[in-house]
Design a protein around this ligand. Structure first.
Ligand code: GTP
Length: 598
C-alpha cells in the first residue's frame, strides 16, 4: 500500500556544509523542476536567509522518486535550520521524520553543530544516513572524514554516499539510501486522527496554516478537528501537500506530511508542538511535545513612532505563532516610552526577529542592549529574577547576584588553540578540558558566563580562528558573580535604555567603549553634549560632543533648487530615525553601538 512508499526525512548539517545545496539537487534529480525554474536555493526562501546564507524558517517539500527497484516513492523533505540558536526548530522538524541525512563537509569534517544535531536526531530515534559532501574540493579528505564520523559519532560510514552537491555528483546514491535505509511510516490509517503540528504561520486569507505530520488516522476538508492542548475546535477548510508550494489534496493519511487550513483566526489556538485530533472521535493521548525551549537573551523592543505600538504588538504575536521560543511582555522606558520586553534564544535569533519586524511588517523599531536573566538575592531574603537592568534593586538592598553560565564546546584546528584560550580567558571563561579528535583538531570545553557570550563572542571566535572554529553551548546553571549596573548619561540625564549589567572587572573597559561609540554616532548639537558612564553616582568614563551647527544647505552654494529639496528630504528621513532624549537627538544606531565590544 501507499504508506510503504513514503519516506519522511530531514537534512542536518553544520552550517555551510551544504544542506541547502543538497536539497536543491534532490529536487532537481527527482524531476520536480527544471534547472531553469530552480532559483538559487529554493528551500531558503526568505530574503533574510539568502542574505545571511542560513536557513531559518522551515520549508518542506515533497519529491517523487522512481527508485532502482522500479517503485515510485514519495519523499517528504523537511528542511531544518542550521544555527546553534535554532536547535529547538531542528528538534521540531525531526519529530515529524523517520530519518535524517547527516551532511558532513569532506574538507571540514565533524564540527560542533554536527554533533549537536546528531544528538537531537538520536533523541527522536531517527535513522541517520551520513553523507560526505564537497568531495570535489581539492582539500577534501573523504576517507579521513568517514573515519572521523565513525570514531566521534559512532555511525557506520561503509555505505555513506560520497557526493558533490555543487556539481551534482552521486546524488542518486543519496536517493537510493533514503529509500533503502529510512523506514516507512507505520501509523494506523484507521485509528482516530493524531497529527503533530511542526510549524505554522499566519495567512491573511486562510488564517493560520499549520504544517502537520499525520501520525495516525486521516484528515480531510469538512472534518471537525480539535487542538488537544487548547481544546479549541475548528472545521478543516483545506488540506494539501508541498509539491513544492501548497497544493490542495483530498485527504492526508497516517504517514503523510502536509498542511491544514481551518479558518483559525487566533494564532494562539494552533501552537507548534500541539496534537490535532478528530473532534468527534478523539484519540486518547496527545503526542509528546517538543523539547522545551527557554529564552536566554532579553531586550527591549520599542516602536520608533509611538503610534506604532499596536502594530508592533500585532507583529510580535504573528511571529510567535511559529516561534515558540519568542516571548514578550509590555514594558515602559523613560527614554523610549511604551514597548515590549522580548526574550530570545540567542543573539542571532534576536537580530532575525528585529529584521523581520522591520522588513516583513514594515515597522521602524528601536531595540535596547540585550541582557541575560540575573538572579538577585536581596538582604530581606527575597530572590528576584531580572531580565531588565533598570529593574535592579538599589545596591544597598542586594545581598548577592548570580549570573547564568553555559557549557561551551569549541571545535578548532590545533593551530588556534592558543587564540581560543586567550579569547575565552578574556571573556571570563573557565577551562574544563580539551579532547583531540585527530592529530589536527581538538574540542575545547569551557564554562562561560552567558553575559559574555551574548555580546560578540561568536564573531570574535570566527575572526580569531579565520572562520575555522565552531561553537555550541548549553545552559549549565547559575553562579554568584560580582556584577554592577553601568548607567549611561547623555547631557546629564540617565538613559534607562542604555543601562547594562556587567562584571565589575569589565565595567571600565565597557564604559570606555560605549562612550566612545556614542560620541561617534550622536550628531553634534547647538550645545555641547556630555556623555558619561557611571556606576551608581560614580562617573567612570566620559566624552563630550562639541557644539556645532551642521548646516547641510551650505554645501549647495545657492543655485540648484531640486538638489536642495532632495537634501532637505533626506535630512527629514534621517530625523525620523532619531530619538529625542531630553533635548538631545540620538540616532537609532546608537542603541546598537553598545552591543559591539571592539
Ligand atoms: P545553512 O543553510 O546556512 O545551514 O547552510 P547549508 O548547510 O545549507 O549550506 P549551503 O548549501 O548554503 O552551502 C554552503 C556553501 O557551500 C555554498 O557556498 C555552496 O555553494 C557550497 N557547497 C555546497 N555543496 C558543495 C559541494 O559539493 N562542493 C563545493 N565545492 N561547494 C559546495
Amino acid at each position: 500500500d501507499r504508506q510503504k512508499r513514503v519516506r519522511n526525512f530531514s537534512i542536518i548539517a553544520h552550517i555551510d556544509h551544504g544542506k541547502s545545496t543538497l536539497a536543491d539537487r534532490l529536487i532537481e534529480k527527482t524531476g520536480l523542476l527544471t534547472e531553469r525554474e530552480m532559483k538559487d536555493q529554493i528551500l531558503d526562501n526568505m530574503d533574510l536567509e539568502r542574505e545571511r546564507g542560513i536557513t531559518i524558517k522551515l520549508q518542506t517539500t515533497r519529491l517523487i522518486y522512481k527508485a532502482k527497484d522500479g517503485e515510485e516513492y514519495i519523499l517528504n523533505l523537511i528542511d531544518t535550520p542550521g544555527h546553534v540558536d535554532f536547535n529547538y526548530e531542528v528538534s521540531r522538524s525531526l519529530a515529524a521524520c523517520e530519518g535524517a541525512l547527516l551532511v558532513v563537509d569532506a574538507a571540514q569534517g565533524v564540527e560542533a553543530q554536527t554533533l549537536a544535531n546528531v544528538y537531537l536526531a538520536l533523541e527522536q530515534d531517527l535513522e541517520i544516513i551520513p553523507v560526505i559532501n564537497k568531495i570535489d574540493l581539492p582539500s577534501a579528505r573523504p576517507e579521513e572524514v568517514k573515519r572521523e564520523i565513525e570514531d566521534v559519532i559512532g555511525l557506520d560510514c561503509a555505505d555513506a554516499p560520497m557526493i558533490s552537491a555543487k556539481e551534482g555528483l552521486n546524488i542518486e546514491d543519496v536517493l537510493e539510501s533514503i529509500v533503502k535505509k529510512i523506514p516507512a511510516p507505520t501509523g494506523d490509517i484507521n485509528a482516530p486522527l493524531k497529527a503533530l503540528i511542526f510549524d505554522s504561520y499566519y495567512d491573511n486569507y486562510k488564517g493560520v496554516i499549520t504544517y502537520i505530520r499525520v501520525v495516525e488516522g486521516n484528515i480531510k476538508p469538512g472534518m471537525k478537528i480539535k487542538m488537544m492542548a487548547t481544546g479549541k475546535t475548528f472545521e478543516v477548510s483545506e488540506v494539501g501537500i508541498f509539491a513544492p508550494g501548497q497544493v490542495p489534496v483530498k485527504e492526508l493519511n497516517a504517514g503523510d506530511v502536509g498542511y491544514v487550513a481551518a479558518s483559525i483566526k487566533n494564532v494562539r489556538d494552533a501552537r507548534v508542538g500541539d496534537t490535532i485530533t478528530d473532534a468527534q472521535n478523539p484519540t486518547e493521548k496527545p503526542l509528546p511535545g517538543y523539547k522545551k525551549v527557554t529564552p536566554m537573551v532579553y531586550c527591549g523592543v520599542y516602536p520608533a513612532e509611538g503610534e506604532d505600538y499596536n502594530n508592533v504588538k500585532d507583529a510580535l504575536e504573528k511571529l510567535q505563532v511559529n516561534d515558540a521560543a519568542l516571548v514578550f511582555e509590555p514594558e515602559t522606558s523613560a527614554a523610549l516610552g511604551f514597548g515590549f520586553r522580548c526574550g530570545f534564544l540567542g543573539l542571532l535569533h534576536m537580530e532575525i526577529i528585529q529584521e523581520r519586524l522591520e522588513r516583513e511588517f514594515n515597522l521602524n523599531i528601536v531595540t535596547t542592549a540585550p541582557s541575560v536573566i540575573y538572579k538577585i538575592m536581596k538582604k530581606d531574603g527575597e530572590m528576584l529574577t531580572i531580565q531588565n537592568p533598570t529593574n535592579l534593586p538599589l545596591v544597598a538592598e542586594i545581598e548577592y547576584m548570580e549570573e547564568p553560565i553555559v557549557e561551551a564546546s569549541i571545535m578548532t584546528p590545533t593551530d588556534y588553540v592558543g587564540a581560543v584560550m586567550e579569547l575565552c580567558q578574556s571573556r571570563r571563561g573557565t577551562f574544563k578540558n580539551m579532547e583531540y579528535l585527530d592529530q589536527s583538531r581538538v574540542v575545547m570545553h569551557y564554562d562561560l558566563p552567558l553575559n559574555e557570550v551574548i555580546y560578540d563572542f561568536f564573531d570574535a571566535l570566527k575572526s580569531k580562528t579565520k572562520g575555522y572554529a565552531s561553537f555550541d553551548y548549553e545552559l549549565k546553571g547559575y553562579q554568584k558573580s560580582d556584577l554592577v549596573k553601568l548607567d549611561i548619561l547623555i547631557n546629564k540625564e540617565l538613559v534607562d535604555a542604555f543601562s547594562i549589567i556587567v562584571h565589575r572587572d569589565k565595567a571600565y573597559e565597557r564604559a570606555r567603549s560605549i562612550v566612545e561609540k556614542l560620541k561617534e554616532v550622536i550628531p553634534r548639537h547647538l550645545f555641547a553634549v556630555p556623555i558619561q558612564a557611571a556606576i551608581g553616582s560614580k562617573v567612570i568614563a566620559r566624552e563630550t560632543i562639541k557644539a556645532l551647527r551642521k548646516d547641510v544647505l551650505a554645501k549647495c552654494y545657492g543655485g540648484d533648487v531640486s538638489r536642495k529639496k532632495k537634501l532637505l528630504q533626506k535630512q527629514k528621513e534621517g530625523k525620523k530615525r532619531m530619538r529625542q532624549l531630553g533635548n538631545v537627538e540620538v540616532p537609532q544606531e546608537a542603541f546598537l553601538a553598545v552591543l559591539k565590544f571592539d
